[in-house]
Design a protein around this ligand. Structure first.
Ligand code: URA
Length: 219
């Protein structure tokens, strides 16, 4: 990729981050220390999407810097990556009080910020961490226990990507069995990052008044 394109992508991302730093689209704006924008390599092929900032993220303004973040870093190191080499974002950019679950209206208010980041980063693989990110980005209600480790090709932010749901590191902090599952799901990431995702089939729009077979796209 040309250096000029990379510069533009990083610049656009920075400008977008500055714009959403003043977001007041939901009530979480009233209780936050700051908006926690995504962080990492804007040119990465791998993007993680977590749930929401916690206490430490809210204070430092960086996603995944608390205990779950330390585990995420260890899991990344296990596949030869550092957090600087991937891009890490969240479903919500502001901390819910007491770390409660995100509310539907908060997710709805924040989701355009996430789509825009996906559009700008243009990753090959989007790994969703836990239920909230998985349900939002898959558009399905199926929970993480049933879908973890199962990649699927989807269109996100106008891009074809491999969506790869995995457990949230916080869930594995005190549960050794879950940590083993998370490690084995992580181990597949390098292979998934090397996989070509074909562009979507072009949609043929038949001219008005065309024969039914033409309208069906048979010719
Ligand atoms: N958990 C998340 O989902 N995101 C963070 O940024 C930190 C903890």
């Amino acid at each position: 990729m040309a250096a000029v394109t990379e510069l533009t992508r990083a610049d656009e991302l920075r400008a977008f981050g500055e714009m959403v730093a003043g977001c007041t689209k939901c009530a979480l704006a009233g209780g936050r220390t700051q908006v926690v924008f995504g962080a990492g390599d804007p040119n990465s092929d791998l993007m993680f999407v977590g749930e929401a900032p916690g206490f430490h993220e809210d204070k430092q303004g960086v996603p995944f810097v608390g205990a779950a973040g330390k585990l995420l870093e260890q899991l990344l190191a296990g596949i030869g990556l550092s957090r600087e080499e991937v891009y890490i974002a969240n479903v919500l950019m502001c901390r819910p009080p007491g770390n409660r679950d995100p509310l539907p209206e908060e997710i709805q208010a924040c989701e355009s910020h996430l789509w825009r980041q996906i559009e700008l980063i243009d990753p090959r693989v989007v790994a969703t961490l836990g239920n909230f990110a998985t349900k939002l980005l898959s558009g399905r209600p199926t929970g993480i226990t049933r879908v973890h480790g199962q990649e699927q090709e989807v269109t996100l932010g106008g891009r074809r990507v491999l969506l790869y749901p995995i457990y949230h590191p916080a869930a594995a902090l005190y549960t050794p069995r879950m940590l083993e599952v998370l490690k084995s799901d992580f181990a597949r990431l390098p292979e998934l990052m090397g996989r070509e995702v074909p562009p979507p089939e072009p949609v043929y729009v038949a001219p008005i008044g065309a024969e039914p077979a033409v309208q069906l796209g048979l010719f």
